[in-house]
Design a protein around this ligand. Structure first.
Ligand SMILES: C[S@@+](CC[C@H](N)C(=O)[O-])C[C@H]1O[C@@H](n2cnc3c(N)ncnc32)[C@H](O)[C@@H]1O
Length: 354
């Protein structure tokens, strides 16, 4: 068996040719996994030279790309000789027919009414308030949910708008803002495809929500939208899990997410989850269970399928670069610590227009 190249590996011709263990016949069977994760890097790589013709041809790539998320990519892939006798394999991501998936990784519409009960952390609020204060406006939080962060900023007098594709999450945001006498400017839109006709001084995606955009082609679409909506001097901040630090509780065991009381009805809510990490794709699948009871008996329950992707920071940067965004600052935690690949719990990146 060949070795699955780690995420973030450089697939440029310089290293590609040297990695003998990835070469035919071992490497191609692993390829669908790799292709899902490396669309920008695979845009062009050398697969042979005059004296060493390609070890895979187009038919071969097509066969092994069948069934992968970006399988339609194979129709645009070409293995061809280039001028100096080398062979390159290229594809054009712009012409990828599949535009990611319309399936929601987590359908928050189902649990929006209780989200603020089981996600009550304020660990990142000061960080985002600081980022917002250092940037010019207007500001936009993408995937803002119920406004856990944006409402905290609005309370501090920091103007920020929100965007989310869950109508129910935005409804909670709106009613929380109204109760606090705050002005909420909210957009019900998919982060992969929206047009606000506005240029922002700050756009941010917080709370590792980008993990819910599981497909890398979809992440690219999100980052292209960010780029289109960023002012010339604007900044884009994104937070993600640092995969080595996000391993706990992803082994199929039951994770207790606490007991809560619904203020409106006095009902008890017990939230648990089960998650499985696929180590090669780093996609986590599982489900969360929401059991409502009146203390004595169960009244109803919601089973929520969950899917998210622990993207490698190197790959994230490659996708950002592909979208025309360059990382200018990297933090590893909300206290502002510099990012360290091995030890940081998070990957927080600041980007500007390339
Ligand atoms: C984990 S919640 C985080 C909400 C909020 N930022 C917070 O910190 O509590 C993720 C949010 O991202 C939204 N979301 C996921 N994918 C999205 C997409 N493609 N477009 C817009 N919103 C999306 C979900 O509806 C959900 O409200």
């Amino acid at each position: 068996m060949g070795v699955i190249p780690p995420e973030g590996e450089d697939f440029s011709h310089a290293t590609f040719a040297k990695k003998r263990e990835w070469q035919f016949p071992q490497f191609p069977p692993q390829y669908p996994t790799v292709a899902r994760h490396y669309p920008p890097i695979l845009r062009k790589c050398q697969v042979g030279s005059e004296n060493n013709p390609p070890f895979v041809d187009e038919t071969y790539w097509r066969k092994y790309l069948e069934g992968c998320t970006l399988c339609t990519m194979s129709s645009t892939m070409k293995t061809a000789p280039c001028g100096n006798g080398d062979w390159t394999m290229t594809y054009d991501p712009e012409s990828v027919k599949s535009q990611g998936t319309d399936e929601r990784a987590i359908d928050f519409d189902q649990v929006a009414h209780v989200y603020d009960l089981y996600v009550s952390t304020s660990i990142d609020i000061d960080f985002w308030a600081d980022v917002a204060c250092r940037s010019g406006g207007p500001r936009l939080e993408m995937m803002c949910g119920t406004g856990r962060i944006s409402i905290a900023l609005l309370r501090q007098g920091i103007a920020v708008e929100g965007l989310d594709y869950s109508r129910a999450m935005l409804d909670v945001f709106r009613s929380r803002a109204a109760q606090a006498g705050l002005q909420a400017v909210l957009y019900h839109a998919d982060a992969r495809d929206f047009e606000l006709n506005k240029a922002y001084g700050l756009i941010f995606i917080a709370f590792h929500s980008i993990a819910e955009v599981v497909d890398n082609e979809d992440k690219l679409r999100v980052f292209r939208q960010v780029r289109r909506h960023l002012a010339e001097e604007g900044v884009f901040w994104i937070s993600a899990h640092n995969p080595p630090a996000r391993r706990q509780g992803l082994d199929g065991r039951l994770v207790d997410m606490g007991h809560h009381r619904l203020p409106a009805t006095g009902e008890d809510l017990h939230v648990t989850g089960r998650y499985h990490l696929d180590p090669s794709s780093r996609i986590v699948t599982g489900s969360q269970s929401y059991v409502f009871s009146n203390g004595e008996k169960q009244l109803r329950h919601i089973d929520l399928p969950v899917r998210f992707h622990l993207i490698d920071p190197g790959m994230l940067e490659a996708l950002l670069a592909e979208a025309g965004l360059v990382v200018t600052e990297r933090r590893g935690n909300y206290d502002g610590a510099i990012y360290s690949p091995k030890t940081s719990p998070f990957f927080l990146a600041c980007c500007k227009l390339a």
